[in-house]
Design a binder for this molecule. Structure first.
Ligand code: PLP
Length: 373
């Protein structure tokens, strides 16, 4: 089945009890046992399972072409579950430009807990190879990356991981399964912040881990989910599932708008650099073309000519774009990324990150033109 169909039907059916076409929200925290002690519907207690969460997990597994999924209360909780499923003493290779929250988890929580971590430029596969140690258990990919939209060759890094008997996980938040399906390039786990494109409307926090195959490692993630309890609530699962129904339509427009805006900004005299993998001069363009389909995503960054003050003066003039962090919603957002990332960031001070929404591309261009002018 194609992804447009899976987005609407994956994991769901008409409600058997009532015939409701739109999925009901099951708020019950507990489920009835039969006289013999069994649970005929498969649900026992909300932390270990809930019908809305099961539907979302089944849908996400279908969208990514995986087997099983675990939904969490946030993307960061989903990310943390993968690290928690490792053992102290294990070694992780991660990109030096991973999402700041992922870097913080590794540096501040999991390094003291006993994980060894090496950060590399993941676009350079030689660096990844050099970083492999006998205790390497996990290679973490994030592509396109934040905020420079660097592109990692997923298939090559997955091969390095498997040669080292390590697991390869890919944070697919920025592309979404509509634009990139990392299992096709050989990764073992896909991680999402469903807060972004999957939810799609800037109104729900969530995350998920999808596994290509059920495995002992995935069962460990499941245990972290149900024993730790950082699960997605029924309403949050319902909101993400509702958002997923329009994912393919939304992603097409996000990507078309972003390409149009990137092309416009690329020729603008007030812009020093545009980072968007859809532009032919982007260093990751060829790999992105190979491993992404239907477009290059809705995220782009620009470096304005000038300093931090100039970047802030452009921000101050934006009118349709909202000055706010996050991404993946229907509305366009713009942010000064270095000040969000805080002390120690390597993000250039003249960089603005744009999450391109679903407004008309010409209106967004007009807004940028007047702000840059
Ligand atoms: N991964 C990526 C690529 C992100 O951009 C984010 C958040 O911005 C996360 C993970 C964390 O997601 P959440 O905010 O849902 O915890």
């Amino acid at each position: 089945m194609e992804i447009e169909t899976l987005a609407i039907h994956g994991g769901r059916s008409v409600d058997l009890a009532t015939g409701a076409v739109a999925t009901p929200i099951y708020l019950s925290t507990t489920f009835e046992r039969e006289p013999d002690g069994s649970y005929p519907h498969g649900f026992e207690y909300i932390r270990s399972g809930n019908p809305n969460r099961k539907m979302l997990e089944d849908c996400l597994a279908a969208l990514e072409g995986g087997s099983v999924a675990a939904a969490f209360a946030s993307g960061s909780a989903a990310t943390a579950s993968v690290f928690q499923a490792l053992a102290p003493g294990d070694h992780v290779i991660a990109p030096e430009d991973a999402y700041t929250g992922t870097g913080t988890l590794l540096r501040s929580i999991f390094a003291p807990w006993g994980l060894a971590v090496t950060f590399v430029d993941m676009t350079d596969v030689e660096q990844v190879k050099q970083a492999v140690h006998p205790n390497t258990r996990l290679i973490w990919i994030e592509t396109p990356s934040n905020p420079l939209l660097k592109v990692t060759d997923i298939a090559k890094v997955a091969t390095i991981a498997h040669q080292a008997n390590a697991i390869c996980a890919c944070d697919n938040t920025w592309a979404s399964p509509f634009l990139q399906r990392p299992f096709q390039q050989g990764v073992d786990l896909v991680v999402h912040s469903t807060t972004k494109y999957l939810g799609g409307h800037s109104d729900v926090l969530g995350g998920a881990v999808v596994a290509q195959q059920d495995s002992d490692f995935f069962q460990r993630i499941r245990q972290v989910q149900t024993a730790g309890g950082a699960v997605a609530s029924p309403f949050d699962c319902w909101l993400v599932l509702r958002g997923i129904q329009t994912l393919p339509c939304r992603m097409r427009t996000h990507a078309a708008n972003a390409l149009k805006i990137a092309t416009f900004l690329d020729q603008h005299p007030a812009i020093e650099a545009v980072h968007y993998p859809g532009l032919p001069h982007h260093p990751g363009h060829t790999i992105a073309t190979q491993q992404m389909s239907n477009g290059y995503g809705g995220m782009l960054s620009v470096q304005v000519k000038g300093d931090r003050e100039r970047a802030f003066s452009v921000l101050a003039k934006m009118s349709l774009f909202t000055r706010a962090t996050s991404l993946g919603g229907v509305e366009s957002l713009i942010e000064h990324r270095a000040s969000i990332e805080g002390a120690g960031t390597k993000t250039p001070d003249n960089l603005l990150r744009l999450s391109i929404g679903l407004e008309h591309g010409d209106d967004l261009i007009a807004d940028l033109e007047q702000a840059l002018g």
